[in-house]
Design a protein around this ligand. Structure first.
Ligand code: DND
Ligand code: ATP
Ligand code: MG
Length: 250
């Protein structure tokens, strides 16, 4: 149980199922595609797509890019539990070729973060290629806490058509995951972007999801936590909006 206010998971699931159906209808799309990482957010999106479109009009794609083997093991655990159609595209060789070309061309050695951000941007490219061929929409997995903090790669994991979890606190994603039958190994592990060994969301942000969710739901947090979140919210605004357009003469 949690003191953070979470909405009824079945209510959320059925709302999101109709919401996805409506978005696909509007776009004239046949179904949806998602990158399946072995983490809880993508497991929930995959479960919703399965529920909404059925096996024949969705795809869960494993996109390892020098990833830990346990990621694919957990992704397949989810796929078996939910009877999901899956494909795997190993991005390792493409990543290495691109990195070598960039290192050769760059006036300075690539920064560690810019190297890490190559991975989500390659995943975005792969998902759009498959999605356009299949007539599917690219479904993102960002939740309200990640979106508010700006904890995502611009034009990488945020380069998507739909954000079904974008209004859900991380605690709501966890509740929904349990309700949808996601295996506990996946629900109960620490969230990670998996961009380098030992990375965890909470370690990198320097904040816990409990603190972020409490802040977002209007609960009490310390002054230091409040300031940290509000600073992140402000400095990540550029990631949530269209690029500024220059208007000559204005
Ligand atoms: N004010 C401004 N107006 C317009 N553009 C601005 C800007 N400030 C920076 N920028 C641009 O934005 C770039 C920085 O943003 P970005 O490229 O996203 O890079 P950045 O925010 O530095 O890094 C992405 C963060 O998201 C995390 N992440 C990534 C992927 C997945 C997950 C996960 O949870 O799974 C987490 C990752 O670990 C890292 O902490 C700059 O290089 C610059 O091009
Ligand atoms: N190895 C991977 N294969 C396929 N997709 C991936 C992989 N790694 C990351 N992604 C995509 O990038 C998204 C962002 O990662 P993120 O870590 O925020 O979500 P998650 O792994 O599903 O859950 P958690 O945040 O709890 O780790 C994933 O949800 C998934 O769609
Ligand atoms: Mg993850």
């Amino acid at each position: 149980m949690t003191d953070i206010p979470v909405r009824n998971p079945e209510g959320l699931a059925s709302f999101l199922e109709s919401w996805l159906t409506e978005r696909a209808r509007e776009a004239g799309a046949r179904g949806g595609i998602v990158g399946l990482s072995g983490g809880v957010d993508s497991a929930v999106v995959a479960a919703l797509l399965r529920r909404c479109f059925g096996r024949d009009r969705m795809l869960a794609v494993l996109l390892p890019c020098h990833s830990q083997p346990v990621d694919a093991e957990h992704a397949m655990l989810v796929a078996r539990a939910l009877d999901l159609p899956t494909r795997t595209v190993d991005l390792g060789p493409t990543h290495d070729a691109l990195l070598a070309s960039l290192e050769a061309a760059s006036p300075e050695p690539l920064s560690p973060l810019s190297r890490a951000n190559l991975k989500p941007r390659l995943r975005m490219t792969a998902l759009y290629a498959l999605a356009q061929t299949l007539g599917y929409l690219v479904c993102g997995t960002g939740n309200r806490a990640e979106l508010a903090y700006g904890y995502f790669t611009k034009h990488g994991d945020s380069g998507v058509d739909l954000l079904p979890l974008g209004n859900l606190l991380k605690h709501e994603v966890w509740e929904l995951a349990r309700h949808l039958g996601i295996p506990p190994e996946v629900v109960d592990k620490p969230p990670t972007a998996g961009l380098w060994p030992g990375q965890t969301d909470e370690g990198e942000m320097g904040l816990s999801y409990r603190e972020i969710d409490t802040y977002l739901s209007g609960g009490d947090v310390t002054q230091a936590v409040r300031e940290r979140i509000e600073k992140a919210l402000l400095s990540s605004e550029h990631k949530r909006s269209m690029p500024p357009v220059a208007i000559p003469g204005a």
